[in-house]
Design a protein around this ligand. Structure first.
Ligand SMILES: CO[C@H](O)c1c[n+]2c([nH]1)[C@H](O)[C@@H](O)[C@H](O)[C@H]2CO
Length: 470
């Protein structure tokens, strides 16, 4: 069980905004974990092989207009059959760890009932391949691929899905817990709930605010129940959850900006941080959403279950939110804007200082729980040159700048324990399909050929101890 104490507000040492210079692995604690990350639906392919059942992303990507170019994960980057080759890639990069996700529809094709042994066997082989190469497996139990039959029964807005998730977690613990000692219950419940059931931008593509809030609650309830299941079966496991967190900054200091910042910080960050780490929903945000839902789905003991003690908090960071009051002041509407910084191929501003800001804020406001950067990376339009190399200097600059910010946070007192680059290789980027490349390894989606990009070589050199400029 975790033995860290919540020290409450901490005076983290002030640090200079920019300390450009040289950076190396030595700027981080010696036991720091360095890895790469992926997720099942984005890389595995083989969606009809090995007894796998359909997920909501199979359904969503088969629905015309939902995914750019009508792309889907049927083939992806064939990791299901190329996992040995990909494990060799990781070993070549010199990573300590690999964060992957287990596809629920491979373990339980209908989302409940007996396990599909072929699915268990795949992840068992993957884990063994990693361990044989000295790579520590970090398993995410849920990275968005809900079995479609559970969606047909109501999906995450239904409380039963939380109980099915805990049963699934128990099956994974039984199957892999002898060799996997690092578990992340959920990847980004904010995306699963608010993009899946709120905006409809992600699977299952529903647009219902009340359903989105219920989904968020039952995802977090499932998290808490899954922590119990994991602890019962794998007493020596390190267990956490991954949240996508954003520093939120006012676009100016005019009237109403502070409330806009409070609202977006509340819905983006505190709606998940507070239940998971404090056992209560933030009261100001409960009021903000009262016109959408009275939260009647919250049962008495739920928040205690959700507030299960954790060994770490996974943080996914990509960019900052910059906000201003909406067109109709006083309505609570908020406009998202930018600060004219360089952007990635996703249109996200490159803002390494935002990583320092969010890491120090979480430690200052939520105490000394160890933090792990479970995702950080950037999409750029990479091309393979005539010489077969992939020059991606902007991704190197992105990674170096964010690692420098992470080192600054460590110096400021943040208990940061690890960093996973997103992503090992180009893959299915959800509603953007294959049009957006986040990998430090390039994939030719026609031939499946993998080519380590300059950023992959840079990361390998950094992990080998080379000093880098940023
Ligand atoms: C919107 O930013 C989120 O934190 C976020 C960014 N990303 C994610 N979450 C997901 O966890 C990954 O599966 C995506 O591939 C990755 C890149 O888009």
């Amino acid at each position: 069980m975790p033995d860290h104490q919540d020290l409450g507000h901490r005076d983290l040492q002030n640090q200079p905004d920019h300390d450009h210079g040289a950076l190396s692995r030595g700027d981080f604690p010696p036991e720091f974990t360095w890895g790469v990350a992926t997720s099942s639906y984005q890389i595995e392919g083989a969606t009809s092989e090995g007894g796998r059942g359909p997920s909501i992303w199979d359904t969503f990507s088969a629905t015309p207009g939902r995914v750019v170019d009508g792309d889907n994960g049927d083939v992806a980057v064939e990791h299901y059959r190329r996992y040995q080759q990909d494990a060799d890639l990781m070993a070549g990069l010199g990573v300590d760890a690999y964060r992957f996700s287990v596809a629920w529809p491979r373990i339980q094709p209908t989302g409940s009932g007996p396990v599909n042994q072929a699915g268990v066997d795949f992840y068992s082989r993957l884990v063994d391949a990693l361990l044989e190469r000295g790579i520590t497996p970090w398993a995410t139990l849920y990275h968005w691929d809900l079995p479609q039959p559970l969606e047909d029964l109501g999906g995450w807005p239904s409380r039963d899905t939380a109980y099915r998730f805990a049963e699934y977690a128990a099956h994974v613990a039984d199957a892999l817990g002898d060799r996997v000692k690092h578990f992340i219950t959920l990847n980004e419940p904010w995306c699963s709930a608010f993009l899946g059931y709120g905006s409809g931008r992600h699977a299952p593509g529903r647009s219902d605010g009340a359903a989105a809030l219920a989904a968020a609650h039952h995802l977090m309830l499932g998290h808490g129940l899954a922590v119990q299941a994991l602890r019962e079966r794998v007493p020596d496991a390190q267990v956490g959850i991954t949240l996508n967190l954003y520093p939120v900054t006012g676009a100016h200091d005019g009237h109403g900006v502070d409330d806009a910042v409070r609202r977006i910080d509340g819905l983006s960050n505190r709606w998940f941080l507070d239940p998971v780490l404090r056992g209560a929903y933030p009261k100001d945000v409960v009021e903000d959403v009262a016109h959408i839902s009275d939260l009647a789905f919250v049962a008495d003991a739920d928040l205690e279950t959700i507030n299960a003690p954790l060994d770490f908090l996974g943080v996914n960071y990509y960019t900052r939110h910059v906000v201003a009051p909406g067109a109709f002041p006083g309505t609570g509407l908020v406009e998202f804007t930018d600060r004219g910084l360089p952007t990635t191929a996703m249109g996200w501003e490159v803002d390494a200082d935002g990583l320092f800001d969010i890491l120090t804020r979480v430690t200052r406001d939520y105490g000394d729980l160890p933090l792990v950067m479970t995702e950080n990376g950037a999409a750029f339009d990479d091309e393979v040159g005539a010489d077969g190399t992939v020059h991606d200097p902007r991704r190197i600059d992105f990674l170096a700048g964010h690692l420098a910010a992470a080192a600054r946070a460590v110096r400021a007192g943040v208990p940061l324990r690890g960093y996973f680059a997103w992503s090992l290789m180009d893959n299915f980027e959800w509603a953007e399909g294959y049009a957006k490349r986040f990998g430090i390894v390039h994939v030719d989606f026609d031939t499946q050929e993998r080519t380590v990009k300059d950023s992959g070589r840079w990361y390998a050199a950094f992990l080998a101890g080379d000093r880098t400029q940023y």
